[in-house]
Every structure is written in structure tokens, then in C-alpha cells.
Design a protein around this ligand. Structure first.
Ligand code: ADP
Ligand code: MG
Length: 704
């Protein structure tokens, strides 16, 4: 037996009422210890302090009634004659209410809902053909003992399949009874006072067993003192980890790349365009960082079309001139190929060997590339994740660019770093404008450079929202642009479950467009199921202007650069997320021609979809769009918590709790700065908790 184990780290199956079966279910929710169980936060609360007379029941939220079951059994509903389980409950007022279940185990419910049994129902009440009804209410079977129900506020916990609310409440109670004495204060008094925190014991007590005089509304919107404390706690330990990561990176030995001003100016001077001020500024930031002994971990943010590739190249050249190799990694073949092409053009005056490695490169050619990279004759590699395959080795890789980073997981980034010589510098590029608050949290250990300016002469894209009945108008507009010599993208969503149908739609659409525009203009179809060669042939045809209309599933989403394309038509725009719409729109507006984005939307669209489309029409500012996206979808969806490698927040909400985040961050960084080894007695507990929360993650994180 592990005697050093903290009691709260006791495996959850030793909590009374939790056997192997339940502990397996809890594990699915990430609950493995008694402490985890105590820290499950209720989603909301049922207020049973007010029991309503059934005769006065009206539609509304969170209603509770008590009565006797007067009918119970299967009934049928709707045109589909769907089987439902229904009971009718009556109380002394003579009022009747029904409760319905659409998903049920008949035998189980029949046994449970015997006629004449006293029952408590709570949940939302709606009206159905003049009768009031509960759908899937919370129920509690009551005995006839009138003292049994004391007024109470009941927590609703998050559950997983096969785990019931009642069970959850019972085991949380048991865990609390056995382990509450081990819940210790966490924060030093000074912090408790400054930020108005509750002590952890009181916090958990309040959340699991609210006192009967509590403000349930505050609990339900996550605004109670207990919630505030937990939010602070979540942010604080995240930021404390970030602060340590950052400190650690700063002290790791990295590579010093020499700044060679003359060579650099020559490269800049030979470019076919003048760099924008923003580009010049970030190139300088990056090159400066590279010349320092600590490893660089930098995020380069810049809206689509802001010109990140040339910045990446300028930085790569500094590494190459210092005797190292550089690698630029893109998430798709099309994008890698395009980077390669751009770079080939820009490097022409310099004669620096460079190679493209994707799964399309095969046989002898591939072997030659492997050779060039491992013997160092090829100083610059551009590619997809093909670059991180085992067979690839570099002679002296010192600089890595990861483009469109949100598409790569933490692990893939770690894999490319491993191919390096010591600890390479890394530049992560993203066109997804990440709201400052989120960037601060997710990349708290990164430095950030922002290109906040587009190359000159670009006109803002005009965005319009069309419905199906305006299709004729759409075609007229398209024809007029095509006649001016411009090109057009038409994008179809590809949604996994219905991939086949969507593909058929894209195929049908390309046929329809062919009948409308051919033979004057050529229409081609590009989709994800095509082989790399096929895709490349079609993309090349479009770039060369042999095809005027490119119908595509969302493969053009990332990074494609065809300046002559001026119209982006997005079919079923209501199905795309905001950042995706913004990325797609960014495919046009890459020249001095006026560009257009037409959102074709289904008339029936959800409230969220309506909002998204409105935002797109309103603004082209990527950062505004990102903020909207964040508030619509929440941070988890926004960035993909799985990929970010961070724990999901249980109570904190990045869109809502920004102020708490900055407080927590500031405090955490200050502590790491003043007491990096947590030697002060009041910081001991912080260290302990940090180790539990970040167990095993600090290492991986330092290379992410
Ligand atoms: P993104 O930031 O979306 O990756 P790219 O690097 O693909 O943008 O650049 C978009 C286009 O703008 C490319 O055709 C590129 O050559 C061009 N470009 C980049 N910088 C400038 C500039 N300063 N002036 C004019 N064109 C530029
Ligand atoms: Mg790009």
C-alpha cells in the first residue's frame, strides 16, 4: 500500500457505493480519485423549496410537484406513432399533469411507476393539447411519510451513459462524508483576501449541498462565491504551469543564430514587393529572438493574405546562413505545394537548394530528398507531416515553422522538434486570429508576433447573404466577373456523417454550373476523395487559369493563393463555423481587384447560424470574428481542447471570465518570478497542487 498517497488521491472505487462497474463509468468522465469526485461541479440545481399545486401549474422552467400516480403505461404519439412511456400524476388540488419518456426501459419503468405511488416530479413544464406535461423529468419515489421531503436544492451532475443522477448524488455524499476533512486551504491568506476567495472546504460544501437559504439563481449561472473561487483556481493553476514552462524554456540552451544584416537586406531588396510595416516589424522580432541563446517559441498571427510565408522564409534564411537547416511544415499537400512554389520564386536570386516532401513524392525522387536532408545538402525543406516520418532525418535542423498550427496536434509538433539539433527554434503560424485572452491562456508560454496589416491596395471583400430564390442573380454576378477575366470558387460543405450525400451535391452542383457556364468558361470539381495527383492537376489548372470555376468541398479551406480569383461562393453557408467561413472568404481579395463573398444559406437556419452569417456580412476583421466565435462556441470548441493539450475548464468560461483570468495570470507569474521553487511556506500547498494538476504534462508541454 502506498502510504505516501494523499487521502484525496484514494482510488474512487474505495468510496462507499462505488464498485468496479461505477468506477469504470466515472473513469470515462476523468474521475479516478475521491478528490476528483469531490470536484465534480454540478451543471445546475433543482429548486425543490417550492412545491406547486398541480392545478395551478403553468408552462415554465424548473417546476416541482408532488402527487399520486393515477395512470402509467405505454402510449403513442405523433404521426409516426412513436412509443412513449407516460404517467399521469394527481395531487389533492385535483390537478393532473403527465410525464413522458421517449427513451426508456419498459420493464424498469413499469416496476417503478406503480399506480397510487407517491412521486415527486421536477423539471420544465410545457403544454400539450391543454394538458401540462413534463418531458423526462427528475423523479423521486416518496413514501407516505409527510416529513420525508424537506425543502431542498438538489444538484444536477454531469453524467455518462449508465450512471444515474441519484447514484451520483449518493456517491458524492459518501465521498464528502469520508474525505471532507482532508480538503485543505490552498491559497495564501493574502490572495484569499485580495481576490475574495472562499476556502475550498466551504466551496465544495456549498456546491454539493447548498444551504436552504441560498440564492439558486447565482448557483445556476455560475456566479456564486464558490464558483468564482473555482474559476480563479482553474485559471491560476493553469497559469502557474504556464509560468513555469516559460521559465524553464528561457533557461534551456538553444541555438544562437547570427543576424546577418547584409544578406538579409539583399533578400528583402530582391523581393517582387515591398514588405508592409507589420511584416518588417515581425521579421525583426523573430530574427532578434532567434539570435538569443534561449530557444524561440513564437506564435505568428496574421490574417489570411497578410503575407506570413515571406516572413517565415526570411527567418528560415537566417537559420540557414548560420549553418543550420530549416523546415516549413504545412497541414495539407496543396498548401505545402503552394508554399514550395512561392518559396521557389522568392529564392530564385539566391540559389538555395530546397525540397518538397509530401506523400505525393515517391520512389527515387523521395530517396534523393531523404539523402539531401540527412547529408545537409538541402538546407530548406517544405512539406506536410511527411517531414516527421521516421525515415526522415536531418543533418542539422535548427529552425522549424509550423503553419496553420491548429491543425497539428501537440504531439506532432513535439515529433518535429525531436528531429532537430538540440532544441530548435520554432515559429508557429496561424491565420485563425486567436482572441488575445485565449492566446494568452493557450499559448501562455509563447511569445506572440502579430501582422495586423494587409499588403497595400487590397480592397475589403464585399460579403452578401443570398437565399436559394436568388440563385439566378448569383449566376448573373458570376458571369459578369468571369467575363472580366476573373475566377471563382464555389465551396460545398463536407460533413462527415453525410459525406456521400454532400459529395453528390458537390458533384451535381459542378454539373449544373457546367450547364450554366460552359463552354464559355470551364468548371472543375475538386474533392477530398481524389488522389493527390488528381488534386494537384486540378489545382494547377485553376492556378494557370485553364479552369475558371472551381467547385470544391472544403479542401480549399486552408491557404490556397490564386490572386485572380475574386468570388467565393459558399453553399450551405449556415453549416460552416465562423472561423471556417472567415478562412474560406480569405481565399479571395488577394489582389487589387474588388472581391466578393456570397453566402448561400438555407432559409431554415438556427439562431446561431443566423448570428454567424450576420457577423460575416458585418465585418471582415478577423479578430472581431474570432471574438464572436469564442462567445458563440466557447473556447473548447474554438481551439479544440484535445489538440491544445490542455485540460478542459470545468467552471471557467474564457469568454465570460476574462477579468479573473488576467488576475490569476498576473498573480501566478509574479509568484514564479519571486519564488520559483515554491520555498516560502505559504506556497507549499500551491506546489503540491500544481504537481497533481500538471502531473506529467510539464515535460511534454515544454516541447509543444
Ligand atoms: P498568408 O498570411 O495567408 O499565408 P501569404 O503568405 O500566402 O499569406 O501571402 C498572400 C499573398 O500576398 C501572396 O501572393 C504573397 O506573395 C503576397 N504578399 C505577401 N506580402 C506582400 C506584400 N508586402 N506586398 C504585396 N504582396 C504581398
Ligand atoms: Mg498561409
Amino acid at each position: 500500500m502506498d502510504t505516501n498517497r494523499h487521502p484525496l488521491a484514494t482510488p474512487v472505487q474505495y468510496v462507499k457505493g462505488v464498485g468496479p462497474a461505477i468506477s469504470e463509468k466515472l473513469a470515462r468522465m476523468g474521475i479516478t480519485t475521491a478528490g476528483d469526485l469531490l470536484h465534480v461541479i454540478p451543471i445546475r440545481y433543482i429548486d425543490r423549496r417550492l412545491i406547486l399545486p398541480i392545478s395551478e401549474l403553468a408552462p415554465g422552467k424548473d417546476r416541482t410537484v408532488i402527487g399520486k400516480i393515477v395512470a402509467s403505461g405505454i402510449s403513442f404519439m405523433g404521426r409516426g406513432r412513436k412509443r412513449i412511456y407516460e404517467i399521469v400524476v394527481e395531487d389533492e388540488t385535483g390537478g393532473r399533469v403527465s410525464a413522458k419518456w421517449f427513451y426508456f426501459k419498459q420493464r424498469y419503468l413499469e416496476q417503478k411507476f406503480k399506480l397510487e405511488t407517491k412521486i415527486l416530479l421536477s423539471g420544465d413544464v410545457s403544454e400539450f393539447r391543454t394538458t401540462m406535461q413534463f418531458i423526462h423529468p427528475e423523479v423521486e419515489m416518496l413514501s407516505d411519510n409527510p416529513d420525508e421531503i424537506v425543502a431542498k436544492i438538489l444538484p444536477i451532475y454531469p453524467l455518462t451513459e449508465g450512471l444515474y443522477q441519484k447514484t451520483m448524488r449518493k456517491i458524492v455524499r459518501n465521498a464528502w462524508d469520508a474525505f471532507n476533512k482532508y480538503v485543505e486551504p490552498v491559497f495564501p491568506d493574502s490572495m484569499v483576501e485580495e481576490f475574495g476567495l472562499a476556502d475550498p472546504w466551504g466551496c465544495l460544501q456549498e456546491l454539493h449541498f447548498p444551504a436552504s437559504d441560498i440564492d439558486v439563481e447565482l448557483l445556476n449561472i455560475g456566479r456564486s462565491k464558490a464558483h468564482r473561487t473555482l474559476i480563479f483556481d482553474e485559471f491560476f493553476f493553469l497559469e502557474l504551469g504556464m509560468a513555469l514552462r516559460r521559465k524553464r524554456i528561457v533557461h534551456e540552451p538553444g541555438i544562437v543564430f547570427t543576424r546577418d544584416e547584409k544578406e538579409h537586406s539583399r533578400f528583402i531588396g530582391a523581393l517582387p514587393f515591398k514588405l508592409t510595416n507589420a511584416q518588417l516589424r515581425v521579421v525583426d522580432e523573430i530574427r532578434n529572438d532567434m539570435s538569443k541563446p534561449a530557444p524561440m517559441n513564437r506564435l505568428l498571427q496574421g490574417d489570411v493574405g497578410s503575407g506570413k510565408t515571406v516572413v517565415a522564409l526570411a527567418a528560415s534564411l537566417q537559420a540557414i546562413r548560420s549553418g543550420y537547416q530549416a523546415a516549413i511544415m504545412a497541414p495539407t499537400e496543396i498548401l505545402a505545394e503552394q508554399h514550395f512554389e512561392t518559396i521557389t520564386k522568392l529564392l530564385k536570386p539566391m540559389g538555395i537548394p530546397h525540397a518538397l516532401l509530401t506523400s505525393n513524392v515517391k520512389g527515387k525522387e523521395r530517396e534523393a530528398i531523404y539523402r539531401g536532408l540527412s547529408n545537409g545538402e538541402t538546407p530548406l525543406a517544405v512539406g506536410t507531416h511527411a517531414l516527421i516520418q521516421e525515415e526522415v532525418s536531418f543533418k542539422k535542423l535548427g529552425f522549424i515553422v509550423v503553419d496553420e498550427q491548429h491543425r497539428f496536434g501537440v504531439l506532432q509538433r513535439a515529433a518535429i522538434l525531436k528531429k532537430g539539433e538540440g532544441r530548435p527554434d520554432i515559429l508557429i503560424m496561424t491565420a485563425t486570429p486567436i482572441p488575445r485572452t485565449l492566446a494568452m491562456t493557450l499559448y501562455g508560454d509563447l511569445d506572440v508576433s502579430v501582422i495586423d496589416e494587409l499588403p497595400p491596395g487590397r480592397r475589403p471583400i464585399i460579403t452578401r447573404l443570398y437565399e436559394e430564390h436568388q440563385r439566378e442573380k448569383l449566376y448573373q454576378g458570376m458571369r459578369s466577373e468571369l467575363s472580366n477575366g476573373r475566377q471563382i470558387y464555389v465551396v460545398y460543405p463536407l460533413i462527415e456523417e453525410s459525406e456521400k450525400i454532400d459529395l453528390k451535391n458537390a458533384t451535381d452542383m459542378s454539373r449544373e454550373l457546367a450547364t450554366v457556364f460552359e463552354p464559355d468558361f470551364k468548371v472543375s470539381l475538386l474533392h477530398g476523395r481524389m488522389s493527390g495527383d488528381q488534386k494537384e492537376a486540378i489545382m494547377t489548372g485553376f492556378k494557370a487559369g485553364k479552369t475558371q470555376v472551381l467547385v470544391a468541398t472544403s479542401v480549399v479551406e486552408v491557404g490556397v493563393d490564386v490572386p485572380n480569383a475574386t468570388v467565393m461562393v459558399i453553399e450551405h453557408a449556415e453549416r460552416f463555423g465562423l472561423s471556417q467561413l472567415h478562412q474560406l472568404r480569405g481565399r479571395v481579395g488577394r489582389s487589387t481587384y474588388q472581391s466578393y463573398c456570397i453566402l448561400m444559406a438555407d432559409y431554415r437556419r438556427s439562431e446561431d447560424a443566423r448570428r454567424r452569417l450576420a457577423v460575416m456580412v458585418e465585418t471582415t476583421d478577423g479578430f472581431k470574428i474570432a471574438e464572436e466565435d469564442l462567445s458563440l462556441r466557447g473556447p473548447g470548441e474554438f481551439i479544440g481542447t484535445k489538440q491544445s493539450g490542455l485540460p478542459p475548464f470545468r467552471v471557467a468560461n474564457l469568454a465570460r471570465d476574462i477579468r479573473v483570468l488576467s488576475q490569476a495570470r498576473e498573480t501566478a507569474f509574479k509568484i514564479v518570478d519571486e519564488d520559483p521553487d515554491f520555498e516560502k511556506p505559504e506556497h507549499l500547498m500551491l506546489k503540491k497542487i500544481l504537481e497533481i494538476r500538471w502531473a506529467g504534462k510539464l515535460d511534454l508541454a515544454s516541447v509543444s
